[in-house]
Structures are given as C-alpha cells and as structure tokens.
Design a protein around this ligand. Structure first.
Ligand code: PMP
Length: 356
C-alpha cells in the first residue's frame, strides 16, 4: 500500500486503517465460510450476528435505553429529510432551526408534508453561529436541528429545551464524536460516511413511541414502521456498509469509547483553531460555535487559498478545499483523523504563512 495521506475529506472520509484492513480481509474470506462478506445472505446466521452486534454497539456507545429502535437504512441522510416529515409531521406543524445548507435542505422537504415554523435562524450572519433564542410552537409535532453544519463549520454544544416536543437531530457529521445525553433526543439520524463507516448506510435511532404514532399512509420502504418491525431486514440491507460500521464501533470501543474519542477530537480542533491569527488565517465561524469536526477558514485572497490547498496537497494534506457553495478552506477532522495529522497541518500552515 502506498503511504497514507492526511485525509481531511469531508465525507466520505478517513476511516481507521485497522478497520480498512479487516474489511479488506472480510471481502475475500468471512468467518471461514469459503466466501466473503459480500457473498453471504442477509438472512444468514453470520450476517445476523453482524447486524445484531452493530445495533448493540450503537446502543452501548451512545448509552441508549431500550425505548429506541436502532435502524440501518439506505438513501442517505438526505432521504431522512423527507422520511421524517412523511412519517411524523402528519399534516401538522414542525419547528426547524435553520443553521445552514443542511438545515435548509431538511426544511425544503418538510414543507411538502405540513407547516414549517423556522424557530430560529442564523441567516442574518451568513450562518456563522448557532442561535440561542427560539420561537418554538407549543403545537409542533417535533423540533428539528442539525447538530453540526458540515459546510458552515458550526456545531451545537447546548441543545435547546423543547419540553414535551420531541427533538430530532441530523447528526450526520458528528455522531459518535462526543459525549452527550443521547437519551434526550427523540430521534437521531446520520449518513454513515463521516464518523460511522462507509457511504450506503444511514443510521436511524428513533424512540419507539414516535414509530407507533407515525403516519400509516406511507409507502412501505419509506415507513419507519416497516423497518422497525423487520429490524432493518424488510429487504436486502447494505450488508457490507453495516459490517464496516460494526468494525468502526469496535474501534471506538477499543479506544476507550466516546470519552477517548472526544478527548482526541478536542485536541485536534484546538491545535488547528489556535493556529488562526485573525489576519492571515481567519476562521469563518463564531468562536463559541466552532465545529470540532469541520474547521472552516479563509486566507487573505482566493489566489492564496488556491495556492495553500495545492501546496498542502503536495505535502500530503488532502481534502482541504471548502465546499463549492462557500469556498475557502475546510479541514474535516473526524474521529479517525489522527492528532498527529492536525499538529503537522499546523506546522505546514506556519511555514506557508512565513513564505507568503
Ligand atoms: N446532513 C449533513 C449534516 C451532512 O453533512 C450531509 C452530507 N454531507 C447530509 C445531511 C446528507 O447526507 P447524505 O449524502 O448521506 O444524503
């Protein structure tokens, strides 16, 4: 294998090397079956053990009580933008907090199924902060928030109090990255391809009472009831992606769970944010709402940004280009990204500044 780069890709993103090795082996030979993981039945005992273990590990790592379903679905987090209102809005009203590109997409879909009240937005400052004042509706079916805006580089630390109204969180870009009281969320969903595994599987964690009360007139494959009843095996699930998620969860446990992962994430983010000087490297997010996963910044000119990204790439730091919709630079430092890589990037940033 060629030397691994420092991979700052925003998603699909870096995975632990140990996970990649195990997954590669399993493709060729799984459990001494004379077949690989891609070739076995999703109804086999061997695959059942994989999905059962993956589910148990999600519950254990997040500390979830028995009152939740843990589902492995397809269609990406983008499909959840539609499935959430299709199942849970029931023609009523929902509160959405509008924090950027991803929240916007969730809002667009919800409007197809009922009334959306934008309970707060940071649009006035180009989505560079997380709002702290909310205009929640007493009769909302749910409140929807995006825990980490992957493009804007802002992240919730204090989630809002929503009383009896269920809180639904798009955790696509920061699931498994930190300790939180996960039991206070009624539903969490996440495309796996950043912190949890490969593309192709979407994690849906949903309180059982929400599924029971969900709409009935929903097409079978888009109904939470179907997938909850059949334990993610109504049809053929993304077997390989689920297997790799299980390997990632093993890796999280072996590192010492969320406490250890969180400590490393804090260290990486601090190293890079500390390299900002407000002049040459300028952070785009309000300091108190800075994401520990996606670190967004600008240089004095677009030409310098281009040069920075190109030279970084030559030096082995890949994926630092900001999202095409906002430009600039972005260092995505998901769980599997090593602390050493963040420290080395800081060294590169200092050198680049000196000679520019
Ligand atoms: N929400 C967030 C916060 C994301 O970062 C992304 C993907 N980058 C999505 C939703 C969409 O995910 P998917 O590509 O799995 O549909």
């Amino acid at each position: 294998m060629s030397k691994r780069v420092f991979n700052f890709n925003p998603g699909p993103a870096i995975l632990p090397e140990d996970v990649l090795q195990k997954a590669a082996q399993a493709v060729v030979e799984f459990n001494n079956l004379g077949m690989g993981i891609l070739e076995i039945s999703h109804r086999s005992k061997d695959f059942e053990a994989v999905i059962t273990d993956a589910e148990a590990k999600v519950r254990k790592i997040l500390g979830l009580p028995d009152t939740y379903h843990v589902l492995f679905l397809q269609g990406g987090a983008s499909m959840q933008f539609g499935m959430v209102p299709m199942n849970l809005l029931k023609g009523g009203k929902a509160d959405y907090v509008h924090t950027g590109e991803w929240a916007k997409k969730a809002i667009k879909e919800a409007k197809l199924f009922g009334t959306v009240n934008v309970a707060a937005t940071s649009e006035d400052k180009n989505f560079n902060y997380i709002p702290d004042k909310f205009n929640f509706s007493a009769d909302a079916q749910y409140v929807h928030v995006t825990s980490n805006e992957t493009i804007g580089g802002i992240q919730w630390t204090q989630f809002p109090q929503t009383g009896n109204v269920p809180m639904i969180v798009d955790m696509s870009s920061d699931i498994f990255s930190r300790r939180l009281d996960y039991g206070r969320f009624a539903m969490i969903y996440a495309g796996a391809q950043k912190n949890a595994g490969p593309a192709g599987v979407t994690l849906v964690i949903i309180r059982k009472d929400l599924v029971e009360a969900a709409a009935d007139n929903v097409t079978t494959m888009l109904s939470y009831k179907t997938h909850a009843k059949e334990k993610s095996l109504y049809n053929t699930p993304p077997c390989f992606s689920i297997y790799v998620v299980k390997l990632v969860l093993d890796w999280i446990e072996a590192r010492g769970g969320l406490a250890a992962v969180e400590a490393a994430n804090e260290k990486k983010a601090k190293a890079i944010y500390d390299a900002f000087d407000g002049d040459f490297y300028r952070g785009t997010a309000n300091p108190k709402d800075r994401s520990k996963m996606n670190i967004t910044f600008r240089l004095p000119s677009e030409a310098l940004e281009e040069q920075f990204i190109a030279e970084a790439k030559k030096a082995g730091f890949v994926g630092l280009k900001g999202h095409r919709s906002v430009g600039g630079c972005r260092a995505s430092v998901y769980n599997a990204f090593p602390v050493e890589g963040a420290e080395k990037l800081v060294g590169f940033m200092k050198e680049f500044r000196k000679k520019s």
